[in-house]
Design a protein around this ligand. Structure first.
Ligand SMILES: Cc1cc2nc3c(=O)[nH]c(=O)nc-3n(C[C@H](O)[C@H](O)[C@H](O)COP(=O)(O)O)c2cc1C
Length: 258
């Protein structure tokens, strides 16, 4: 596929056939991930492959029971990993300088660039993918599950498999909502309303068409899409709890600047 068709045809896939992915194809996808740009070309990340069904069943729990983890034959977990580099520095008599928050952020940047390369390679081969934001929410438990040593922290995950659905493309903010020329140009209220008009309509209709979400929305009494985001999907308390847990994990894994 040419690149424009590839990027335009992206949809997150949440229903999968149980057709396995060959070792060869998975290696091509992983190779694409490792060819991504990397800060200092250090590649401070690791990718953990979960294929085993029993292991994926445990991971399903840790990802808040998202069923695609059970259906898709492969789950990849991308971790910031300075552990490997630190070992190399130590045996090379070089003093590691990587146990700080900056390096966590550098690693997290590399993680997402590599992950997106994997996503594009998978989609180019006719596979579907879906990222799992639940990795950040439950990073502490996932870190324990994968037995991550110090300086290794799970950042994102992705299911990969043969699609068993063909969803419509989802809305995006218009380009002029996102692009600024030369300086940041702040928005007035009218522009904000204009930029979010399509999302408001499409997002609201989509959520109201999902019975479990509709029930939650009706019960909560929220009136618009922004309120769905703040009061139903991503509440302040849940976000604060997940943030606290992540900060604690970063401290424990030596990224807390202590
Ligand atoms: C970092 C990240 C985390 C995500 N986590 C989840 C998730 O946990 N569950 C899910 O169903 N979709 C998840 N998604 C998919 C988004 O919901 C999806 O990309 C968005 O709704 C746009 O839809 P599209 O990818 O089909 O264009 C995630 C996407 C990203 C980039």
């Amino acid at each position: 596929m040419d690149f424009t068709s590839l990027s335009n045809s992206h949809r997150s896939i949440r229903q999968y056939k149980d057709t396995p992915i060959s070792e060869e194809l998975l290696n091509e996808i992983l190779h694409a991930a490792t060819r991504a740009s990397s800060s200092g070309n250090i590649q401070p990340y690791s990718i953990i492959i979960s294929r085993d069904k029993a292991e994926r069943e445990k991971l399903w729990e840790l990802h808040y029971q998202q069923d695609m983890i059970l259906q898709a034959p492969v789950l990849l977990t991308f971790c910031v990993d300075w552990h490997r580099m630190i070992k190399w520095c130590k045996i090379s008599d070089a003093r590691p300088t990587w146990d700080n928050f900056l390096c966590y952020m550098v690693g997290a940047g590399d993680v997402f660039i590599a992950a997106q390369n994997a996503a594009l390679a998978a989609e180019n081969a006719g596979l579907g993918i879906c990222y799992m934001g639940t990795t950040l929410n439950n990073a502490q438990k996932l870190s324990d599950f994968f037995e991550c040593p110090r300086n290794v922290v799970p950042v994102t995950s992705m299911v990969i498999g043969y699609p068993d659905e063909d969803p419509d493309a989802r809305d995006r903010l218009p380009m002029n909502a996102i692009i600024h020329h030369e300086k940041y140009h702040d928005y007035d209220d009218e522009q904000i309303i204009e930029h979010y008009k399509q999302k408001e309509e499409d997002g609201w209709n989509r959520y109201m068409s999902i019975p479990e979400l509709k029930e939650k929305i009706d019960k909560s009494g929220v009136k618009n899409l922004a309120q769905v985001y703040t009061d139903v999907k991503y509440t302040k308390d849940e976000n604060r709890m997940a943030s606290r847990s992540l900060i604690n994990l970063l401290d424990k894994q030596q990224f807390g600047n202590n």
